[in-house]
Ligand binder design. Structure first.
Ligand SMILES: [Zn+2]
Length: 239
């Protein structure tokens, strides 16, 4: 499970192809802007995530769907099934189990599953698991899939996770995806996430989408996000 590849993203929002230094997890190029990656999810966003409630979460399937032998297995064994099992249901169960364990050492294999599993539900569950692990290193895998995954359900899971993490370093990506995304419910979750993160510099983009987006529910979500940013500014929660 050792990290061999850099945890950075290139300008096209794909994973950096360079080898990482073991101490940093980043290549020399990305180590320079590591500050951004190391910024912790901000506290106020977490408070607002709780405030928002669980109404729109990806359904949390019961753990009884996971075979006992997998549920009780070592993390190394579960990772092996996540990446190599021929049965998609087992790979999904492995991702679900890792989601419950929240072990940062499984970020690397979850990122690989998110990039390459042929079944969208497995990629989606891997995205949710990365969001639950919740360290700063789980953010770039989610940004990459938000931009590039071909399945809207996976992109949606990424937007939700980034919002719940209060991932400030993802705010600009969420805003750009909001502008260009074709699937309405993904745009909607990007807007909600931006409200949770609360980056006031992105208010102009939200204002524009609140006016011009083709879907009314997205326009309304953008207006809600703007209102949350304004509440936070006026209550001094924003740093
Ligand atoms: Zn790099």
């Amino acid at each position: 499970m050792s990290v061999v590849r850099c945890f950075g993203l290139d300008s096209a929002r794909y994973r950096c192809a360079n080898h990482a230094r073991a101490e940093t997890g980043f290549c020399d190029h990305h180590a320079r802007d590591q500050r951004v990656h190391e910024s912790a999810p901000n506290l106020s966003a977490r408070i607002f995530a709780r405030w928002r409630g669980n109404a729109t979460r990806v359904p949390d399937n019961a753990k009884c769907a996971v075979p006992f032998w997998l549920w009780r297995g070592s993390s190394a064994k579960i990772v092996d099934h996540l990446l190599n099992d021929a049965n998609a249901r087992t790979r999904w169960s492995a991702a679900f189990t890792l989601r419950k364990r929240r072990d940062p050492r499984t970020i690397e294999p979850l990122w690989r599953a998110l990039q390459s599993d042929v079944v969208a539900l497995v990629r989606q569950q891997s995205a949710v698991a990365l969001g639950k692990i919740g360290t700063s290193r789980a953010i770039n895998p989610l940004i990459e899939a938000l931009w590039h995954d071909r399945d809207p359900g996976v992109r949606q899971a990424c937007a939700i996770a980034l919002g719940n993490l209060g991932a400030a370093s993802a705010a600009r990506d969420l805003a750009r995806v909001l502008e260009h995304e074709q699937t309405i419910f993904v745009s909607w979750d990007c807007a909600v996430a931006l409200g949770q993160i609360g980056d006031a510099t992105l208010a102009p983009i939200l204002a524009q989408c609140a006016r011009d987006h083709r879907a009314e529910i997205v326009r309304r979500a953008c207006a809600d996000a703007l209102a949350k940013i304004q509440i936070r500014q006026s209550s001094g929660i924003e740093r």
